[in-house]
Design a binder for this molecule. Structure first.
Ligand code: MTE
Length: 303
């Protein structure tokens, strides 16, 4: 299946500077190519109040086109190489500004809260969009299991960075591990999901199994995949992308049609599988729910 993508005259994806870095680093070699992963059903209850009515992007599209730079710089790298990821045993460590550091086994964490299916808009900073039925539970559920201290103002999400499983972690494409972060109130917002599945299935490896973050009003790169650590911190942290290109990727990264990326406009987007362009919505269509989090802030300054 060929997926239409905007012509390169319209966008210059992060991929292009990643490529330059890759060349500078002397390239990397990858081992075997995997076949399609077998899907495992994951029951959940549709949360209609948190879902949009739009038709989801095909599963085959969302699993074959994406970004997971630990597995390579191309859109099909995750689908080709993420089969190397070992998702059991898997633990999530919660530390930093907490009374007691805790480590949870993924299978225990899966029982924390009823799993919900939520159909969210998804917007990649590169100019493509999608509609995805994620399965998961609000990040706020985690806060019931740990006691944070008064110093906890921000939350970092750390992806696994194991060169044995993730060949491109040997290449300085980004400052590994992939770390993303939110302000505590953003993390606590009921739209913020810890996702463990999509399309009725256990999360495919290429989409960030076994646990990833979904923040639907922000650009997709905020949604760290294959998370192993959540750290509460006092100061606004640097993230993989703010370190890589601080003038192109801001800490907030709220979807905003009025604030162009340094190298391309964000006014429109193309949903994967569609040819027409759609206007990009402020906060990706979630303004009613989240605009209040940013009251009084200059969103051009805090992009
Ligand atoms: N998480 C990790 N660990 N590594 C990555 O390269 N890419 C991000 C985000 N999370 C990325 C990541 C980007 S740029 C996007 S657009 C989304 O994952 C893509 O998610 P998808 O492949 O499920 O569409």
């Amino acid at each position: 299946m060929r997926i239409p993508v905007p012509p390169s005259s319209e966008i210059t994806p992060p991929e292009s500077f990643l490529r330059r870095r890759l060349l500078l680093a002397g390239g990397a070699t990858l081992g075997g190519i995997g076949g399609p992963a077998l899907a495992t059903p994951l029951p959940s209850t549709r949360a209609a109040a948190w879902s949009i009515d739009d038709k989801p992007t095909p599963f085959s599209t969302m699993t074959s086109y994406g970004n997971f730079y630990e597995f390579g710089p191309d859109k099909d790298s995750p689908a080709k190489h993420a089969h190397r990821l070992r998702i059991r045993p898997w633990t999530l460590t919660v530390d930093g500004a907490v009374k007691t550091e805790k480590t949870f086994a993924i299978d225990d964490l899966l029982k924390w809260a009823p799993l919900e299916e939520r159909i969210y808009r998804f917007r990649c900073v590169e100019g493509w969009g999608a509609v995805v039925p994620w399965i998961g539970f609000p990040f706020a559920e985690l806060l019931k299991r740990v006691e944070i201290t008064g110093n906890a103002k921000y939350v970092e999400f750390w992806s696994l960075a194991d060169p044995g499983q993730m060949p491109y972690v040997r290449v300085p494409l980004l400052d590994w591990p992939y770390v993303e972060a939110l302000r505590l109130d953003e993390a606590k917002h009921p739209l913020t999901l810890l996702a463990v599945g999509m399309y009725g299935e256990v999360m495919p490896k290429q989409n960030g199994a076994p646990l990833r973050l979904i923040v639907p009003w922000k650009y997709g790169f905020k949604g760290a995949k294959s998370i192993v650590r959540v750290r509460f911190v006092e100061k606004q942290p640097a993230t993989a992308w703010t370190k890589a290109a601080p003038d192109e990727y801001g800490f907030y990264s709220n979807v905003n049609p009025d604030v162009p990326h340094k190298r391309w406009s964000q006014s429109h987007e193309r949903r994967l599988g569609e040819f027409r362009k759609r206007p990009t919505l402020p906060f990706n269509g979630y303004a009613e729910q989240v605009a209040g989090l940013y009251a009084g802030m200059d969103l051009r300054q805090n992009f």
